[in-house]
Design a protein around this ligand. Structure first.
Ligand SMILES: Cc1cc2nc3c(=O)[nH]c(=O)nc-3n(C[C@H](O)[C@H](O)[C@H](O)COP(=O)(O)OP(=O)(O)OC[C@H]3O[C@@H](n4cnc5c(N)ncnc54)[C@H](O)[C@@H]3O)c2cc1C
Length: 459
C-alpha cells in the first residue's frame, strides 16, 4: 500500500475513498478521452476535509487533481502524473438564496441545472448556461469560465460571481470577493480563480450573482445564402444598443450535416444560419423583435420568427440537431472553441474553408457568433494515422489563423492538457512568467493540477 493510500484510509471513511485501480479507473478521464489511472480517489463533503487532503498531498508531494463531473474537453482532470483525484461531486448543496440581495450561495458540486432550478423558483437565473448544464458542476463552470448562448448579453462566470471560498495549495482556506454589487478592497482574486482550471485553489463555495428572469422571449431563425451575409448581419446586430440574448451560428458544412437529420428540413441554398433570441419585458418585445428582424433580414433568404414556446422549440431543433448529428457522423471529432472579434468571423470561416481543402479534412463550424466564439470541429478517424497527421497540421494552421485575426485559442473550454503546446503562441513570455509567479504564490510546491493550464515560459 502506498503512503497516500495508507493516509487516506486513516483520514476518510471507506465510502469516501477509492483505492483499487479498477474503481479509480472511471475517475481517470474527461470528455477529451485522454485517460490515466489515479493512485487514489477521494470524495470530500466539506471544506475542512478539502483543506486536510491538500495538506496531505503537500506533505507527500503527491499531485492533486480536483474534479467536478469530468465533462471538460481539454483533459484538465486527467491525472497524468498520478496522485489523488479529489472529486467534489458530493459537496453539492445549495446553501442560500437571497432574492433581495440577488445572490445564491452554493457548494461546488451542485450542477448548473440545480442552480438554475433553485434560482428559477425565485424568479431568477444564473446566466452561465453551458449545454452540459444537466450534468456539469458549478466548480467546473467556475474553473473553466464556462458559458453558453446567453453569454452574449449576460456574460460568463467572471461577470456573474460575487465571491468565493477556496483552499490554496498550502492547505490554507481563504475568502475572496464581496456580497455586494460594488467592492474594491484588495486584488480581485475571485476573477483570478475563475478560469484557473484547478491550479491556484480548490473552490469550496461560491456566491453567485443572480439575474431576474426575463418576462418574455422571442426567437428568430435567419437563413443566409453565404457566410459573408450572415457575418455582416452579426456585426450589424452587435452594433445595436440592445444586445440579443443569444446569437448562435452555423455554417454551410454544419447545415449540410444536419439537413434531413431528425426531421430537420433546410433549403438547399442555405449557406449559413443565425439563431437570434431577444428577451425582456413583455411590453414592447414584439416591436423590439421586429426591429431585430429588419436588421437580420438584410441579405437573408428568409427569416422566421417564433413567440410561443412550441414555435421556439421547433426553431431550436435545428441547432439542437447538431451535437447528435456530429456524434453519429464523427464520434471522434477534434473540437476546438476558438474566439475572434465578431467582425473577423467571415475571415475566420473563409480561412477555415481554405484549410479544410488544403489539408483534406472535413471541418464543421458553429457556435456563439455574438461572442465570436466558434466551435471548429475537425471530423477525423483516429484509426487512420495518415488522416490524423493531416488533422494535426490543419489544427496548427487553425490556431495560426485565429491569432492572426486578433483572436484567442479558447473561449470556454480552457487549456487543460491538450492546448498547452499552443499557449506560448498567444501569451508572451513576460505574461507567462507573471502567471508562473502567481501560481507559485498560491501553490508553492506545485501540487495542484501540475502540468495543466498555462505552461512555464519556454516550456
Ligand atoms: C455535451 C457537452 C456539452 C458542453 N457544452 C458546453 C458549453 O456549452 N459551454 C462550455 O463552456 N462548456 C461546455 N462543455 C464543457 C464542460 O461541460 C464545461 O467545461 C463544464 O464547466 C465542466 O464542468 P465539470 O463539472 O464537468 O468539470 P470537470 O471537467 O470535472 O473539471 C473542469 C476543470 O475544473 C476544475 N475544477 C472542478 N471543480 C473545481 C473546484 N471546485 N475548484 C477548482 N477547480 C475545479 C478541474 O480541475 C478542471 O480543471 C460541454 C461538455 C459536454 C460533454
Amino acid at each position: 500500500m502506498t503512503p497516500l493510500a495508507r493516509e487516506l484510509e486513516r483520514l476518510l471513511p471507506e465510502a469516501d475513498r477509492l483505492l483499487d485501480p479498477a474503481d479509480c479507473w472511471a475517475y481517470g478521464s474527461d470528455n477529451s478521452r485522454l485517460h490515466a489511472i489515479p493512485e487514489a480517489v477521494a470524495f470530500a463533503r466539506d471544506a475542512d476535509t478539502v483543506a486536510e487532503l491538500v495538506r496531505l498531498c503537500r506533505r507527500l508531494g503527491a499531485p492533486l487533481v480536483v474534479r467536478g463531473r469530468g465533462t471538460g474537453t481539454t483533459g484538465a482532470v486527467v491525472p497524468d502524473r498520478g496522485g489523488l483525484v479529489l472529486s467534489l461531486e458530493r459537496m453539492n448543496r445549495i446553501l442560500e438564496v437571497d432574492p433581495g440581495n440577488r445572490w445564491l450561495i452554493a457548494q461546488p458540486g451542485a450542477t448548473n441545472a440545480e442552480i438554475q432550478t433553485t434560482a428559477g423558483e425565485h424568479g431568477f437565473f444564473w446566466p452561465p448556461d453551458p449545454t452540459s448544464s444537466a450534468f456539469c458542476t458549478l466548480g467546473g463552470n467556475l474553473a473553466y469560465n464556462s458559458a453558453g448562448p446567453h453569454a452574449v448579453k449576460y456574460g460568463t462566470p467572471r461577470e456573474n460571481t460575487l465571491g468565493l471560498e477556496a483552499v490554496a495549495g498550502t492547505g490554507q482556506r481563504f475568502r475572496t470577493g464581496v456580497r455586494t454589487t460594488k467592492g474594491v478592497v484588495g486584488y480581485d482574486l475571485t476573477r483570478l480563480l475563475i478560469g484557473s482550471e484547478g491550479t491556484l485553489g480548490i473552490i469550496t463555495e461560491a456566491t453567485l450573482k443572480l439575474t431576474p428572469r426575463p418576462e418574455c422571449t422571442h426567437l428568430l431563425q435567419a437563413v443566409y445564402p453565404d457566410i459573408e451575409s450572415a457575418a455582416q448581419a452579426v456585426t450589424r446586430l452587435m452594433a445595436r444598443a440592445e444586445s440579443p440574448s443569444a446569437l448562435e451560428f452555423m455554417d454551410r458544412s454544419a447545415i449540410t450535416m444536419i439537413r434531413g437529420y431528425g426531421g430537420v428540413e433546410l433549403p438547399e441554398e442555405a449557406g449559413a444560419i443565425l439563431m437570434i433570441e431577444v428577451d425582456g419585458s413583455a411590453e414592447g418585445i414584439a416591436g423590439r423583435a421586429a426591429g431585430i428582424r429588419t436588421v437580420a433580414a438584410d441579405g437573408a433568404l428568409h427569416v422566421d420568427m417564433a413567440d410561443t414556446h412550441e414555435a421556439m422549440e421547433r426553431l431550436w431543433k435545428v441547432r439542437k440537431a447538431l451535437s447528435p448529428a456530429l456524434r453519429t457522423i464523427a464520434p471522434k471529432k477534434i473540437n476546438e472553441d476558438v474566439v475572434v472579434p465578431v467582425s473577423r468571423i467571415p475571415a475566420l470561416i473563409g480561412g477555415l474553408e481554405e484549410l479544410a481543402t488544403r489539408h483534406a479534412i472535413r471541418i464543421v463550424n458553429f457556435g456563439h457568433a455574438g461572442n465570436g466564439n466558434i466551435h471548429v470541429n475537425l471530423l477525423v478517424n483516429p484509426d487512420d494515422p495518415e488522416e490524423m497527421q493531416r488533422a494535426e497540421a490543419c489544427l496548427d494552421d487553425v490556431f495560426r489563423l485565429v491569432l492572426s485575426l486578433d483572436g484567442s485559442l479558447s473561449g470556454e473550454h480552457g487549456i487543460g492538457l491538450v492546448k498547452r503546446p499552443f499557449v506560448g503562441r498567444e501569451l508572451d513570455p513576460a505574461a507567462l512568467e507573471l502567471m508562473e509567479g502567481v501560481r507559485a504564490a498560491f501553490d508553492p510546491d506545485g501540487i495542484l493540477n501540475p502540468g495543466k493550464a498555462p505552461p512555464t515560459p519556454g516550456e
